[in-house]
Design a protein around this ligand. Structure first.
Ligand code: LMR
Length: 343
């Protein structure tokens, strides 16, 4: 097929068993938007996961070069490249996980919401194609504005009869990564040892780090705490400004998204012993009055195994939650309406 630009194939390694009672085969992970600023480093990081047997890269262009480059790395995954609209379904065919960094990034002065017009149609195409190509896959969207994009995709999948709320995720792990980095800095401890839940959505005041539940405990003054929360909420804009017209966060986003996909994979293959795989992500939810909301989730073979719900909140955090809910609900209604218009 001429659309299949290149398939850098070698015989996939024989399936082997991962852990007791776990997944017996390697997994196929598709990256949609693999030629872009997030997609390339994300693919590099995923190429290092030994449980991925096929890493399938899609973009409108650039994937053959990226795939050729990655295929020289001596790790398990076979790398396939697909281009163009018609390559989309082929790239996702029978994928176990689809991760989507496709879409336009912000420029200085733009809000994430300003990207809806251009990025909604990208997400919509992916949702339609995924319904046909890999209806049981776990879908992880990075495309902004996440608060609107995930409800759009859910609405499309519902119309196609392939929606499973446990399998659709808006990737908000960069907010957690940032919270850990900034808290680690503040407390002068290794940020890898910091644990802090971030709930809500993925823009401005809808990003709510729950510092009262931070481990190790966060001990700042009220002013310091307010400044830290504000920095986490505006960290994406900090990068957009620093890149000065050359886009938004790519490397930290790739790191955060690959960690999230690695956790999805751990969930699929089954944890060893009592280990719980927990990640915060923006999903369909009945935890608050917002129909989609990010909270800590326990991941399992079918995606979400359990929604842990709201962490304990102090009074300031309760107030912040009350403030964000109308903003989030408006974005969700907008997403559902846009999704309905697209089906
Ligand atoms: C981020 O948080 O860095 C991303 O959502 C990109 C952006 O536009 O801020």
């Amino acid at each position: 097929n001429p659309r299949l630009i290149t398939q850098l194939s070698r015989e996939p390694l024989r399936a082997f068993q991962f852990g007791r009672g776990g997944c017996r085969r390697g997994l196929k992970v598709a990256v949609v938007g693999a030629g872009g600023g997030i997609g390339q480093p994300l693919s590099l990081l995923l190429k290092q996961n030994p449980h991925i047997s096929t890493l399938s890269l899609h973009d409108l262009k650039n994937t053959p070069g990226v795939a050729a480059d990655l295929s020289h790395i001596n790790t398990r995954a076979t790398v396939c490249a697909f281009e163009g609209k018609d390559g989309l379904k082929k790239a996702m065919d029978k994928a176990d996980i689809v991760v989507v960094p496709a879409g336009m990034p912000r420029k200085p002065g733009m809000k994430r919401e300003d990207l809806v017009g251009v990025n909604a149609s990208v997400a919509c195409e992916v949702a339609f194609a995924a319904s046909d190509a890999c209806p049981g896959a776990l879908l992880a969207f990075i495309t902004n504005p996440i608060n609107v994009i995930v409800p759009i995709v859910a609405t499309i999948l519902k119309a196609k009869g392939t929606y499973d709320p446990n399998r659709l995720f808006g990737v908000t792990s960069l907010d957690v990564v940032r919270a850990k980095a900034f808290v680690g800095d503040f407390l002068n401890v290794d940020p890898q040892t910091v644990d802090v839940p971030v709930i809500g959505g993925h823009t401005g005041r809808t990003i709510l780090p729950i510092l009262s539940q931070c481990d190790p405990p966060y001990k700042g003054t009220d002013e310091e705490r307010e400044a830290l929360i504000h920095r986490i909420q505006e960290a994406g804009t900090e990068v957009v400004k620093a890149k000065d017209g050359l886009g938004s966060a790519t490397l930290s986003m790739a790191y955060a998204a690959s960690s999230f996909v690695n956790s999805l994979i751990k969930g699929i293959k089954g944890s060893d012993g009592d280990e719980c795989i927990v990640e915060c992500a923006y999903v369909e939810s009945d935890v608050t009055e917002a129909k989609f909301f990010a909270t800590p989730l326990i991941l399992g073979p079918q995606g979400i195994k359990d929604n842990i719900g709201l962490p304990e909140l102090d009074d300031v955090e309760k107030q912040a939650l009350d403030c964000m809910l109308p903003i989030l609900k408006e974005s969700i209604e907008k997403g559902i309406k846009l999704g309905e218009d697209m089906v």
